[in-house]
Design a binder for this molecule. Structure first.
Ligand code: 2P0
Length: 336
């Protein structure tokens, strides 16, 4: 019998992935760039066990048994078993598996739960099967953005150019301790399951959006280089502007999808207004927002501005927001 438990945090994309060139292999149309939260923050935790005495494969997510006939899960398992060490492969690959996974934050609410979940699962399985080398391409088979959560710090997912997708991998660009002054505030506007999954939403976008073609060809390649440079120099002004513009363009692309997918709501728009008014008042960019496929906001700020920004949020949204503060290193509890 072998048993392994792993923990993986969510990652927040500052240059967004939206659109695939190959749906089966999960190959993106553009590179993306993200920051991974710390291990104490929003995480998935997964235990995997294999044994010759188990009678069938089983999978539990947040305490509820799920179907194992999931093609993405099967693809991850197959890719890992294909890389099994020759000496023990025959024996181990025939053993049944039990998987038990839980998130310490709302699942499928646009808070990157699938990214943390699949990164964690693939990492745990790779340890269980003693698979060495790159596993980001395997995590990508579970959920595209999962490849970025394999690493801490600042991570780039390279779209790659090969048809088989073997070069569509994630790499760590800067380690976890680079730019330790950065904090991430997650404002939970709504934690229920989203209406359109990212997978379906982006498929519809690829089929119908003209703006996406412009974005992937002319906008993202330049932005990726610029944001890496900004993070390298710890240049918050450039970083913040690129992050907000990319979030806005991602949602513009969602709006340009036919029929459109709306992920943000009125509270999200009020948060955007608040950030711009505050930044203008301060005469420089102090807060950068980014929104994924849901209404919840992620705010990037610098440690020195934290208490003032928390007061601002409490003042503008006295009762209807749940703000959780994360540092890519330590979770800080703030009672709002
Ligand atoms: C991102 N998102 O870069 C973007 C921004 C949502 C908005 O990656 O179909 O759940 O499993 O590859 O990874 C969400 O997409 O989609 C996502 P699949 P995934 O973080």
């Amino acid at each position: 019998m072998r048993i392994v438990t792993a923990v993986a945090p969510v990652n927040i994309a500052t240059i967004k992935y939206w659109g695939k060139r190959d749906d089966d292999l999960i190959l993106p149309l553009n590179d993306s760039f993200s920051a991974t939260l710390s291990l104490e923050d929003m995480c998935a935790k997964t235990t995997v066990m294999i044994s010759p005495y188990l009678l069938e494969n089983k999978f539990w997510l947040n305490g509820k048994e799920e179907n194992m006939d999931n093609p993405r899960l099967s693809n991850c398992l197959k890719a890992l078993k294909d890389r099994l060490n020759k000496e023990n492969s025959e024996e181990v690959s025939s053993w049944k598996i039990h998987i038990c996974s839980e998130n310490n934050f709302p699942t499928a609410a646009g808070l990157a739960s699938s990214a943390a979940g699949y990164a964690c699962l693939v990492y745990a399985l790779a340890s269980l099967y003693q698979v060495d080398g790159d596993i980001t391409a395997i995590a990508r088979n579970g959920s595209g953005s999962a490849c970025r959560s394999i690493f801490g710090g600042w991570v780039r997912w390279h779209k790659g150019s090969l048809e088989d997708g073997t070069d569509s991998i994630a790499t760590q660009i800067f380690p976890t301790d680079h730019w330790p002054e950065i904090r991430v505030l997650v404002l939970v506007v709504n934690d229920s399951r989203k209406k359109y999954s990212s997978t379906l939403g982006m498929k519809q976008t690829v089929m119908t959006s003209e703006l996406l073609k412009h974005r992937t060809k002319f906008v993202v390649p330049d932005r990726i280089e610029k944001i890496i440079d900004a993070v390298h120099k710890k240049d918050f002004q450039s970083f913040a502007k690129l992050t907000m513009k990319d979030s806005n363009q991602f949602h513009a692309v969602c709006c340009d999808t036919y029929p459109p997918c709306f992920y943000m709501n009125d509270v999200s728009h009020a948060i955007i207004d608040m950030v711009h008014v505050y930044n203008e008042f301060k005469g420089q960019l102090k807060i950068a927002y980014t929104f994924d496929a849901g209404p919840n906001a992620c705010l990037f700020i610098q440690e020195s501005d934290l208490s003032e920004v928390l007061s601002l949020i409490r003042y503008v949204f006295p009762s209807n927001l749940n703000a959780n503060e994360y540092y890519r290193g330590i979770a800080l509890d703030k009672d709002l």
